[in-house]
Design a protein around this ligand. Structure first.
Ligand SMILES: Nc1ncnc2c1ncn2[C@@H]1O[C@H](COP(=O)(O)OP(=O)(O)OP(=O)(O)O)[C@@H](O)[C@H]1O
Ligand SMILES: [Mg+2]
Length: 426
């Protein structure tokens, strides 16, 4: 196991285009790091530079304290699982898992020991004699992971390993990968553009845009304290609503009425004029369901509801609003970049399932003024981000994870029953 440090990593392909542009990132020993971002933002390129499948144009790649820029992939001892994991169709599950060990000319009894351990962990031991064609998608995926595990590598690198699976299986595999990583405590870098994977799997998430890091933080910090419009729009589903707003007498005037901000937020936007307010769907509520004590903490407004969607445990209401053309254009660009649905100047509001709000009628809503974010429409910067509170969230998440890993290891659930077999990696 090893830490991975990247110092000012740049990758320019033949045409001079910087696919990765000055990335510096520290991944701790045993940490689970997610790389996420829209298509083409450089995730795979970065991963391939860690493994050594792609030359590094400039910067330093340091693994386990050693600069590896000039080391061949096989000398880095990392395990990579690709989106299209290639299993050998003519080999049994056993031989597929054993493959890297055979290449390394490992003695038979050691191969047997390791394949048995890995297949126990992955619950494949009843299928070892089958061929890949006779396995389900999830089982095949586990074989590919087994092959990564037996190598007892310094780190696991995953490039969208679940994107070929259907939604249900993806959910199962997600849980399995998470459990496995915790059990093994192996440093893991995981590329995805799936929201849920990004938010549930990692200790920390690194959001990339056009080859540059936007924010590295715990899922919770990303969600609650995004640094800019891009991160705010990328993380969360349904996405954050962005409304035009201007400042008037210390209050924010929005299409949904005026919002009074607390002192800290009010100070952050002082002297500004046109702004964008970010409000997550769940910051809204049907006003008739908000109790008296809570009402003064937010703003009330009336609006006509276009469409409602009842989900059982909650419901969404769509509320159209007006926005100046400049803002509309900007939001359109953003949603295009985020591969989001066509921009609609309507807010998505998540309200209690018991609400009697009706389509086509006007209703009164409440919105939690304590939670709104305010962005600079030009730079996209989140002016109201509380960096300190954010750092605390990430710190807490990291401590939690370390504790879980220690617990799992104390229970002797690591492959080989302890750290010793991993330390003896070939
Ligand atoms: N071999 C190559 N030659 C030239 N340009 C490349 C090459 N490989 C990737 N690129 C470009 O580098 C950028 C980053 O590509 P990369 O594959 O790292 O993106 P990604 O974030 O993994 O995207 P996706 O989510 O679609 O897999 C893209 O603009 C891509 O077109
Ligand atoms: Mg990719």
């Amino acid at each position: 196991m090893a830490s991975i440090e990247m110092r000012n990593i740049v990758k320019q392909y033949g045409d001079g285009f910087p696919a990765v542009n000055d990335v510096s990132l520290d991944i701790a020993d045993g940490e689970f790091m997610i790389l996420v971002g829209p298509s083409g933002c450089g995730k795979s390129t970065l991963l391939r530079m860690i493994v050594g499948l792609e030359d590094i144009t400039s910067g330093d790649m340091i693994i386990g304290g050693k600069r590896v820029n000039d080391l061949a992939p096989r000398d880095r001892n990392l395990s990579m699982v690709f989106q299209n994991y290639a299993l050998y169709p003519h080999m049994t599950v056993y031989e597929n898992i054993a493959f890297p060990l055979r290449l390394a000319k490992m003695p038979d009894d050691e191969v047997r020991r390791r394949v048995t351990e890995a297949s126990d962990v992955l619950e494949l031991k009843d299928h070892l004699e089958r061929k890949p064609a006779n396995l389900s998608g999830g089982q095949r995926q586990r074989v590919a992971m087994g092959r990564a595990i037996v190598r007892q590598a310094e780190a696991f690198l995953f490039d969208e390993p679940l994107s070929n699976l259907d939604a249900k299986l993806r959910g199962q595999m997600r849980t399995e990968i998470s459990r496995l990583q915790r059990r093994l405590g192996i440093t893991t870098v995981y590329v995805t553009h799936d929201q849920t994977e990004a938010m549930t799997l990692g200790d920390r998430v690194c959001v990339l845009r056009k080859g540059k890091i936007q924010q590295v933080a715990s899922p919770r910090e990303l969600y609650e304290q995004p640094v800019n419009l891009f991160v705010a729009g990328f993380i969360g589903s349904p996405p954050m609503n962005f409304l035009p707003a201007h400042v008037e007498g210390g209050r924010l005037q929005t299409p949904f009425g005026s919002i009074t901000l607390d002192e800290r937020r009010a100070a952050a936007i002082q002297g500004r004029d046109l702004l964008l307010v970010g409000i997550r769907p769940e910051y809204f509520e049907d006003a008739s369901l908000v109790d008296e004590a809570k009402r003064p903490l937010g703003s009330l407004f009336r609006a006509r509801v276009d469409v409602t969607e009842w989900l059982g445990d909650s419901q969404y209401a769509y509320i159209p609003y007006e926005a100046p053309e400049a803002i509309r254009n900007q939001l359109r660009d953003l949603s295009r970049e985020l591969d989001a649905e066509e921009l609609r100047t309507q807010a998505i509001v998540s309200i209690d399932a018991t609400s009697r709000i009706r389509e086509g009628r006007e209703a009164e809503f409440w919105l939690d003024a304590r939670k709104v974010h305010v962005f600079d429409p030009q730079t996209g910067e989140n002016l109201t981000r509380d960096a300190e509170a954010g750092a605390r969230l990430t710190q807490m998440a990291t401590e939690d994870r370390v504790e879980q890993v220690h617990e799992a290891q104390a229970q002797g659930t690591t492959v080989g029953g302890g750290g010793a077999s991993r330390a003896g990696a070939a």
